[in-house]
Design a protein around this ligand. Structure first.
Ligand code: 13P
Ligand code: SF4
Length: 336
């Protein structure tokens, strides 16, 4: 379960993602009337077998709209939980329920309640990387793709509490020019590790490259600083959700792109624009939780109907309004 110690996280192994595996996965998915969703950070074989790949927002929207009676969510626990909140009548499976998220673990429902008590009347905006309990205490959820639109939709004179990601919060504050926004000091261990000096060095080595930067990155502020001082042309610095990176890959004229996010992203980018040389800013930026969704785990999920995701109905009912507002705000897209 999310929050377990690292030594408890040995993933399911022993299955090769070959043709026989792919055949079996498709057959079992058909028998279960299941749609397979995969986040852009999943291992290539999982992305390739999925019916849809995308960012958190796109996958939430697809989960909400799908006709399938079962959703198999190849991603981390909060994503599968969000699907269950949006589609309580469906069976939601995650191939390994231990696939948590260090960012989602950085704020609890009790901590948020305490924070709200210090700021009565403030509007709470929570990133989708949160537990159902936190979502139940939230006015509007957002993802990296619509965080700016969500905060911009709140009347300018209303105080905002933004949680839990400090780097995404800083991005939203910059973009909206809002001063009355309080930001929780949480972070994702993978993105916080993609730092400014590393980015500056890679940018200096690749002066013509575009920079695709996820707003959870510790280096997002540094990238804008590099643009501000003219080290990198401002139009080459692009702060994007994972889904928007795929769209931008199709549009850019650059021949080299430096990618600051989890390395699983490179697979969709290379598929979208095979002629572009995509390079990770930090090739050690791998999310061990995302990578727990192995070929063996997916097969087990489909054979055994496990792990099933449950959300307490009262919590889900309170969380649903904030998640519903999230999927209604912002541009369409972000998934394939
Ligand atoms: P996206 O919504 O951009 O896909 O990001 C999800 C996530 O967990 C980033 O670490
Ligand atoms: Fe969570 Fe970070 Fe992994 Fe995304 S990359 S799922 S934010 S731990």
């Amino acid at each position: 379960m999310p929050g377990m110690a690292v030594q408890d996280l040995a993933p399911y192994t022993g299955v090769e993602p070959d043709e026989a595996w792919a055949h079996e996965v498709r057959k079992l998915a058909r028998e279960r009337d299941a749609v397979l969703l995969a986040h852009n950070y999943q291992a290539p074989a999982i992305q390739d077998i999925a019916d849809h790949t995308g960012d958190s927002l796109a996958l939430s929207r697809i989960a909400a709209a799908s006709d399938a009676s079962t959703i198999v969510f190849c991603g981390v626990h909060f994503m599968a939980e969000t699907a269950k909140i949006l589609a309580p009548e469906k069976t939601v499976l995650i191939p390994d329920a231990r696939a948590g998220c260090s960012l989602a673990d950085s704020i609890t429902g009790a901590q948020l309640r305490e924070w709200k008590a210090e700021h009565p009347g403030a509007v709470v905006v929570s990133y989708v990387n949160t537990t159902a309990e936190v979502k139940a205490e939230t006015d509007i959820c957002c993802t990296s793709s619509n965080a700016v639109d969500v905060v911009a939709s709140i009347p300018a004179d209303q105080e905002v509490l933004f949680c839990p990601d400090q780097f995404l919060g800083a991005h939203v504050k910059r973009e909206t020019g809002r001063e009355n926004i309080h930001i929780w000091a949480g972070e994702c261990h993978v993105h916080a590790g993609i730092n400014g000096p590393e980015l500056a060095q890679r940018a200096a080595e690749n002066p013509d490259a575009d920079l695709f930067i996820h707003p959870e990155c510790g280096c997002a502020t540094s990238a804008l600083y590099l643009a501000g001082e003219g080290t990198v042309p401002a139009e080459k610095v692009k702060i994007l959700s994972t889904g928007d990176m795929v769209h931008e890959a199709r549009d850019t004229k650059a021949t080299t792109v430096l990618v600051a996010t989890e390395v699983g992203m490179l697979h969709q980018l290379r598929k979208a624009a095979p002629e572009i040389d995509f390079r990770a800013v930090n090739d050690r930026a791998s999310c061990r939780f995302m990578k727990m969704i192995t070929p063996a785990a997916l097969l087990r999920a489909l054979r055994e109907g496990a792990d099933e995701v449950h959300v307490d109905p009262d919590t889900a009912a309170r969380a649903r309004a904030s998640v519903q507002r999230m999927i209604e705000i912002g541009k369409p897209g972000g998934g394939e």
